[in-house]
Write a protein that binds this ligand. Structure first.
Ligand code: DP6
Length: 342
């Protein structure tokens, strides 16, 4: 009744922003991401008949109510699927700063889904793990897989919620070695994001005059990106990824949801200037002010030192395409999760 797993964060190249109306947290648009090596979450789950409630611990410190509630919701789905009634203790460790607004929910829910299903004795397929993770946080569905990963958008309004849930399963579409891509995460703040992605999406869909335009353009950018990936055409993929991020942020901004800061915009200007100078580098941003530069591996060091020297950039994390989520030996993992060692 106990198991451990590790999963890596991912960054979307074509963005998921907005949900299909209805239940089960199904995205309104398809997305494509790259799983990132070295930005990982290790999670241990132990079901225990003596516990009266689920517990969540980060590096040996009890978590606040809200993250505990979200972990408990996922555990409820696992208990339902595996006919388990015991509550669980969850110990987790991120090997990157949790509160920095980096994508810790994606790796976190992917690792939790895999560890919990395994601990509950369920011989779950990767698809099932991904679906369980997606209902908690849709980007987490992609972190179950390695390399380049697609998560489809929701079916149309004629489908039932159950059909949309069934159809919305992430899959690997290219291996980590498919492109010589590096992701340079330019960390601009250690603070937590002001507006979480779930509420940012809700506000965008309710208030943005450009939400309809986003729903229209996102699947087209996604389809073009899928074919650029198939051709292993990094410049085309990078260009499209930057357009997807800018369209997403423009639609959010029109609803008053601003994730970018002055530093983000300076970095965007620097990326575009580097590109005009002939370097293959493109920008993407998520629900926070960090800019992620997509760059050809051969240019990664030069671009990182240029962007890292800009005012307001705290540090640059180099990441390359990373591996699939996997089960770990429990004893090794618990030492990492409780001690914060990596
Ligand atoms: C901007 O997966 O965090 O990173 O499903 O509501 O938990 P919920 O949202 P979440 O949204 C991620 C949004 C994004 C783009 C992306 O990763 O595709």
């Amino acid at each position: 009744m106990r198991a451990a797993a590790v999963a890596c964060a991912n960054v979307a190249l074509s963005k998921y922003w907005g949900k299909r109306p209805g239940r089960f947290n199904v995205p309104a648009v398809p997305s494509l991401s790259v799983t990132l090596d070295g930005l990982s979450t290790t999670t241990c789950v132990a079901f225990d008949e003596t516990l009266v409630a689920d517990e969540l611990w980060f590096d040996g410190v009890a978590a606040a109510d809200e993250p505990t509630r979200r972990a408990s919701e996922l555990l409820d789905r696992v208990r339902d699927a595996a006919s388990v009634s015991a509550r669980a203790r969850v110990d987790t460790h991120n090997d990157f700063p949790t509160a920095s607004g980096l994508a810790s929910s994606a790796s976190g829910f992917a690792a939790l889904a895999l560890a919990a299903l395994t601990a509950a004795g369920r011989d779950a397929s990767r698809e099932e793990v991904s679906r369980v993770a997606r209902r908690s946080s849709a980007s987490a569905a992609r972190s179950v897989f390695g390399g380049f990963v697609e998560l489809p958008g929701g079916l149309g309004p004629d489908a039932t919620d159950e059909q949309a849930d069934e159809a919305c399963v992430a899959r690997q579409v290219a291996s980590a070695a498919a492109l010589p891509l590096r992701m340079l995460v330019c960390v601009t703040t250690e603070g937590e994001k002001a507006v979480g992605s779930t509420s940012g999406m809700r506000e965008t869909s309710e208030r943005s005059p450009y939400y309809g335009a986003w729903l229209d353009v996102a699947p087209r950018l996604h389809a073009e990106m899928m074919s650029a990936l198939e051709r292993a055409d990094l410049p085309a993929l990078g260009e499209l990824a930057e357009r997807s991020a800018l369209a997403m942020h423009a639609s959010a901004l029109a609803a008053g949801v601003a994730y970018v800061s002055g530093v983000t915009l300076s970095l965007l200007g620097a990326v575009q200037a580097l590109r005009r100078g002939g370097t293959g580098v493109w920008a993407t941003m998520d629900a926070g002010p960090h800019l992620k530069a997509i760059v050809d591996a051969k240019d990664a060091d030069a671009v990182a030192s240029e962007l890292g020297a800009m005012p307001g950039v705290l540090r640059v994390i180099h990441a390359k395409p990373g591996p699939v989520a996997r089960v770990l030996p429990f004893d090794e993992a618990i030492a990492v999760a409780r001690g914060g060692l990596s």
